[in-house]
Design a protein around this ligand. Structure first.
Ligand code: NAD
Length: 332
C-alpha cells in the first residue's frame, strides 16, 4: 500500500485526491500540507473519507512515513519541494510546468538523475483515453508519412476579467503564461506523439500576446501563444494555447494515408479516417476508460511497485521547459 502526501491543497490537488480515492486499496492519502491552513482544512474535510491529516509544516509532512508526494503548489515552489522529497527518498509526482525558470527545471532534472528516486511530471493529457488511441495509431504507422500536427488548447476560467491578478499571471511565480501553463502540455504532446515518426522538433518560433487586464493592469506574462515549428522530417507543427478562450483541447495529425482528430469533449474517442477507405472512421482498440489523473497515478504506482522508472519524468520536463524558454526568448 503506497502512502502518499500532497503539498498544495488548491484546485488540482482535488483531481489527485480523486485519483487516490479511485485506487483505494493500492494507495492511501495520509498527509496534506498547504501554507494556507484554511485551504488545508477545507481539503481534509472534502476528502475526509480518505482520512488525510493536515501537517502544520512541510517538515512535518516529510517526517511522516510516506512513499510518495504529489506537488501541487505554484510553479516557483516546485524545486524546493522536489529537493526535500528526494532527500527523503520519496517518489515524486510534480505538477507541470516543472518550474518557473529553466535553471530550476535543470536543477530538478539533476536531482532526479543524482538520487534515482522515481519522478513524474504532470503531463496529464497523455493519459486521456482518446490520446492513448492516437499514440497507438502513431505507433502502428496508420497515418503514413506525417505532414502536419495541429493543437488548440484553451481554458475558460481566466477569460473572466473579474478574476484578479493571481500567481499564474506573475513572471516569478509562474514563469510563462499560457505558453507555459498550457503550452507545456502541447509541446510535450507534439514531441511525444511524433518523436518516432518525425524526429526532434526544430525551428520553433512563437508569438505571445497579453489581452485581459486584471485589477486595472496587464499580467506580466502572456494570455495567448501561437507557436510553429518544424520536425526533423519536415513535418510542420502549429500550436495555439490560450488561457482566455473557451475550454477546448483539440489535436489533429495529418499524414499521407489519413487524418486523426482528438477533441477533449469526446475524450474517450479518436476520429481517425483513412483516405483510401472513402473517409470511413477506423475502429481502434479501447484503452482503459479510467480518467487521466487516475491513469497517471496508476503509472506512478506501477513504477513504485516495480522499481522501474516512471515516464514522463523530471528529465523530460526539463527538455520541454527548454522548448518553452526558447519560444519565450525569441517570441515576437
Ligand atoms: N496537470 C494539469 O493539467 C494541471 C491543471 C491545473 C494546474 N496544474 C498545476 O498544478 C499546480 C497548482 O495549480 P492549482 O491550479 O492547483 O493552483 P491553486 O492556486 O489552486 O493552488 C495552489 C495551492 O498551493 C498553496 N501554496 C502556496 N504556497 C505554498 C507553499 N509555500 N507551501 C505549500 N502550499 C502552498 C496555496 O495556498 C494553494 O492552496 C501548478 O503548477 C499548476 O500549473 C496542473
Amino acid at each position: 500500500m503506497v502512502s502518499i502526501g500532497i503539498i498544495g491543497a488548491g484546485g488540482i490537488a482535488s483531481a489527485h485526491a480523486g485519483a487516490i480515492r479511485a485506487q483505494t486499496g493500492r494507495c492511501r492519502l495520509d498527509a496534506v500540507y498547504d501554507a494556507d491552513d484554511t485551504a488545508a482544512a477545507a481539503f481534509c474535510e472534502r476528502f475526509a473519507d480518505l482520512g488525510p491529516a493536515a501537517a502544520a509544516s512541510a517538515d512535518e509532512l516529510f517526517a511522516r512515513r510516506l512513499d510518495a508526494v504529489i506537488i501541487c503548489t505554484p510553479n516557483h515552489l516546485h524545486l524546493e519541494y522536489v529537493q526535500q522529497a528526494a532527500e527523503h527518498g520519496l517518489a515524486i509526482l510534480c505538477e507541470k510546468p516543472a518550474a518557473n525558470t529553466l535553471g530550476a527545471a535543470h536543477a530538478m532534472a539533476q536531482i532526479a538523475r543524482r538520487t534515482g528516486v522515481v519522478t513524474m511530471v504532470g503531463f496529464t493529457n497523455r493519459y486521456q483515453p482518446g490520446i492513448r488511441k492516437l499514440r497507438y495509431a502513431m505507433e502502428s504507422g496508420l497515418l503514413g508519412t506525417i505532414f502536419a500536427y495541429r493543437e488548440l488548447s484553451s481554458g475558460a476560467r481566466l477569460v473572466n476579467p473579474s478574476i484578479g491578478m493571481e500567481w499564474r499571471m506573475r513572471d516569478w511565480d509562474a514563469g510563462g503564461g499560457a505558453v507555459a501553463d498550457f503550452g507545456v502540455h502541447s509541446l510535450d504532446m507534439a514531441t511525444w506523439l511524433l518523436a518516432d515518426s518525425c524526429g526532434p522538433l526544430h525551428s520553433l518560433t512563437g508569438m505571445l500576446g497579453t489581452f485581459v487586464k486584471r485589477d486595472g493592469r496587464y499580467p506580466q506574462n502572456d494570455d495567448l501563444s501561437v507557436v510553429t515549428g518544424r520536425f526533423a522530417s519536415g513535418a510542420i507543427a502549429s500550436l495555439m494555447d490560450s488561457r482566455v478562450g473557451p475550454g477546448l483541447y483539440q489535436v489533429d495529425v495529418m499524414g499521407s494515408l489519413g487524418h486523426a482528430h482528438f477533441d477533449l469533449r469526446q475524450n474517450a474517442e479518436l476520429d481517425l479516417r483513412l483516405y483510401q477507405s472513402q473517409g470511413e472512421a477506423v475502429a481502434l482498440p479501447d484503452f482503459s476508460p479510467s480518467g487521466p489523473f487516475e491513469a497517471q497515478l496508476g503509472a506512478l504506482l506501477d513504477a513504485i511497485e516495480t522499481g522501474r522508472p516512471a515516464t514522463p519524468d523530471l528529465v523530460r520536463a526539463y527538455e520541454i521547459q527548454r522548448l518553452i524558454e526558447r519560444v519565450r526568448d525569441h517570441a515576437v
